[in-house]
Design a protein around this ligand. Sequence first.
Ligand code: CP
Length: 316
Amino acid sequence: MNHFISVHDVTDIDALVQKALACKADPFKERKLGTDKRIGCLFLNPSMRTRLSTQVAASNLGMEAIVFNVGQEGWALEFEEEAIMSGSTVEHVKDAAPIFGKYFDILAIRTFPSLKNREEDYSELYIKQFMKYAGIPVVSLESATLHPLQSFTDVITITENFKEKRKPKIVLTWAPHVKPLPQCVANSFSQWINAWGAADFVITHPEDYELSTEFTKGATIIQDQDEALKGADFVYVKNWSTYTDYGRIYCNDPEWMLTNEKLQLTNQAKVMHCLPVRRNVELSDEILDGPNSLVTQQAGNRVWAAQAVLSEILKK
Ligand code: CP
């Protein structure tokens, strides 16, 4: 593995899942692999799980992790080629990224979308510029349109929780939220589940919340949430803002929030969410605090996803 930006960087998803589960079973087995190696974790946006799980994963491999909150503590970076930098940006990524390449062996980066210009966000300029100029492997800690470490974690968690011979039915359901959120988690989850091919995959959302077919192709899309939930083994709950009329909130119908009553329609489904979650807006207390919630196990598995990926890159 050279970089980890999307599912396309993984040749065998099941093998990588088994690798992550091996890390979970024996966290320090490869602690010499990262000796004298350093990972730089650059955050242009806030994070709790991604930041801490990546640091723990690096530490388990014997690597040093250095976190730099670029968005708050660094110089404002410019990403456009041939920019005339007479505005608020202070340093071009073309100058900064090669320096990160001198300091670190792996560069991990979190960026977010602006949600103002779809073409710009979907061009993934920020992460592509780091890949172009850093000269070392780049790991996405969430980009403008994808969150691959989260989605890999989600596949690990589903694998751990489904032991039947048949394919599980997995439903990704839109949920209400007070703020317009990125489409990253929903895009990435769709991309991974479709690429995995080991599930019957259904996406449900209100009208106007269609995602890009680049990621959803292969899934069944149903706008009736109750219909979609029938017989589900896993329900993945997530809000996203509109894709077509980009970055807007068209619906805040509380009826879309998952409750125990709705869970009755499922096959006693396990419930997943990437966190952070707005309680009783996106997902009810009764679900989050109930026996079907996998959210803590899921967040815990972020360590093993990151450790498996860093291990593969270090070995390369
Ligand atoms: N799920 C996730 O990426 O959480 P953080 O934003 O806290 O990193």
